[in-house]
Design a protein around this ligand. Structure first.
Ligand SMILES: Nc1ncnc2c1ncn2[C@@H]1O[C@H](COP(=O)(O)OP(=O)(O)O)[C@@H](O)[C@H]1O
Ligand SMILES: O=C(OP(=O)(O)O)[C@H](O)COP(=O)(O)O
Length: 537
């Protein structure tokens, strides 16, 4: 009988989808026959002979499904004869899921003697929820499906995320996002498309010169090997003229799309104006995919096809793929200062991970919730109850949630502050925790040594100050070392990525995400409007 909450994951292979139900307890394990084996054969629903129905005990896998979807129009040769019908007339994915789920229900009732019918339906509910979520996120049409015939001479509106940090002299201090945008642009120009690039920079209120995209032009031109033109606006006559004058293979960068308040309001008229500039829409702005704005979501309604760029695809592949079906043990490291926006992520991560390490500014909310003195450390008073319930939830789920045992404290928030190392449970008044301590680093490293997949979001301390960068650097080094041993390491979040870049370890990691908020929303199980708006594969 199944009693624990399931973790459901979905892996998309080239032509087959696997859905696995993981129950983190020593319960009965059942491997369900694949859908292809259970769907209608010669007018009869039956289990195929070659699929064993297994029921045995295991701490992990309980139910595993396999089905063929609409993107998998054929079944493997071995099954050709039996599944003639499935081969000739592929089922739409949604029907396949439905059939699959119905079969699971019947199967469970018949072969497990329906121990808990309501449990089965709960499982199916979650099953549907997750499948639709991941399916909608992961099966969008790719820019790679567009070839010369589709692109030559066509105007392509490409939403990129060029929201890069600039110093006071408007020099780019981290060009990761510019470099990440290049493959899609080069692909399009290579096929003779006329590329219209659109992005935001910062959060301007109206036209604000310091948020102009002009400083991006030299670096973009250098990376693309062509002279990128810049418009003074993102809509209007002048822009239309510049677009009309674009040669095949040319690139025009529109001015900051957030100079119009209509952008963030996802105003349909504004979206139409943007769309009127082009024939095709490509969204490659993963970092902004969690925003339903005119240039990320609205515009897709008026341009066909609307497809995902290569960066968008890569991000979804890694984040959806690695998190939906991770190699285990699976660990998450969450730090940084955005406690309120990350505490929800912790809750959803507890459903997925085996190990959860917390650092950065959010730990003090947990300590305070446990009754410890935290001095003047960062705390979100309204999240104390949530912190307590998360600690209980982790315990109930058997997730190893580790808080730092010692911290580096400072007498002020400054690079030259006096500092000392104290147990995390006794921070004196007037002092604030700004980094994790050496014992914590050791414990975290040991915990990470056991893992196969690690996602990291948020630094362990105020790494911008050398004195408080040790914990963050230690984690970056550990992940680089683990990557070398075949562990999948995924870094998301602007500051975490900056810390890894600063340590010179970015190229050692399996994946560096260009989206902080976007990757977190994805991990939380939220749908990204910028992805949903695109055409299905
Ligand atoms: N103990 C702490 N107290 C205050 N700020 C912290 C602490 N630890 C880390 N930070 C700050 O958190 C910021 C990054 O947080 P956040 O934006 O949540 O991360 P990310 O951008 O990686 O998602 C950094 O500027 C860092 O200085
Ligand atoms: O930098 C971004 O987000 P991130 O800091 O969460 O990675 C994106 O460009 C989105 O910007 P926004 O959070 O102003 O919408």
């Amino acid at each position: 009988m199944v009693t624990a909450n399931p973790l459901i994951s979905w892996t998309m292979m080239s032509r087959t989808h696997f859905i696995s139900f993981y129950y983190p307890s020593n319960e009965t394990l059942v491997v369900a026959p694949s859908l292809a084996s259970t769907t209608t054969v010669a007018g009869q629903k039956r289990w195929a002979d070659n699929t064993a129905m297994l029921a045995f005990k295991s701490p992990h896998l309980v139910l595993r499904f396999q089905f063929y979807s609409s993107i998998a129009p054929t079944v493997p040769p071995r099954k050709k004869k039996v599944h003639q019908r499935a081969q000739n007339k592929p089922q739409p994915l949604t029907r396949a899921i439905h059939t699959s789920a119905t079969n699971l229900y019947k199967f469970s009732r018949t072969f497990l003697h329906a121990p808990r019918p309501n449990l089965i339906s709960t499982t199916l509910h979650q099953y549907f929820h997750l499948i639709f979520h991941f399916r909608r996120m992961a099966t969008k049409r790719s820019v790679g499906t567009l070839k010369e015939g589709d692109l030559k001479g066509k105007r392509v509106f490409v939403r990129v995320d060029l929201n890069v940090p600039l110093d006071d002299n408007l020099n780019i201090t981290d060009d990761t996002r510019v470099r990440a945008a290049v493959p899609t642009i080069k692909y399009l120009t290579g096929y003779g498309a006329k590329v219209i690039l659109s992005s935001h920079l910062g959060r301007p209120k109206g036209v604000t010169p310091k948020y102009s995209l002009k400083p991006l032009v030299p670096r973009l031109s250098q990376l693309l090997g062509i002279e990128v033109k810049i418009a003074n606006d993102c809509i209007g006559e002048e822009v239309e003229k510049l677009v009309a004058g674009l040669p095949e293979g040319g690139v025009l960068l529109l001015e900051n799309v957030r100079f119009y308040k209509e952008e963030e309001k996802n105003d349909p008229e504004f979206a139409k104006k943007l769309a009127s500039l082009a024939d095709i829409y490509v969204n490659d702005a993963f970092g902004t995919a969690h925003r339903a704005h005119a240039s990320t979501e609205g515009v897709a309604k008026y341009l066909k096809p609307s497809v995902a760029g290569f960066l968008m695809q890569k991000e979804l592949d890694y984040l959806v793929g690695a998190v939906s079906n991770p190699k285990r043990p699976f660990a998450a490291i969450v730090g940084g200062s955005k406690v309120s926006s990350k505490i929800g992520v912790i809750e959803s991560l507890l459903e997925k991970v085996n190990v959860l390490l917390l650092g950065g500014g959010m730990i003090y909310t947990f300590y305070k919730a446990q009754g410890h003195s935290i001095g003047s450390s960062l705390v979100e008073e309204d999240k104390l109850d949530l912190a307590t319930s998360l600690l209980e939830k982790a315990k109930a789920k058997g997730v190893s949630l580790l808080l730092p045992t010692d911290v580096v404290i400072a007498d002020k928030f400054a690079a030259d502050a006096n500092s000392k190392i104290v147990p995390a449970s006794s921070i004196p008044d007037g002092w604030m925790g700004l980094d994790i301590g050496p014992d914590s680093i050791k414990t975290f490293n040991e915990a990470l040594d056991t893992t196969q997949t690690v996602i990291w979001n948020g630094p362990m301390g105020v790494f911008e100050f050398e004195k408080f960068a040790t914990g963050t650097e230690a984690i970056a080094k550990k992940l680089a070392e683990l990557s070398g041993k075949g562990v999948t390491t995924i870094i998301g979040g602007g500051d975490s990525v900056a810390a890894v870049e600063k340590a010179g370890l970015a190229d050692k990691m399996s994946h560096i995400s260009t989206g902080g908020g976007a990757s977190l929303e994805l991990l939380e199980g939220k749908q990204l409007p910028g992805v949903l708006a695109l055409n299905d594969a």
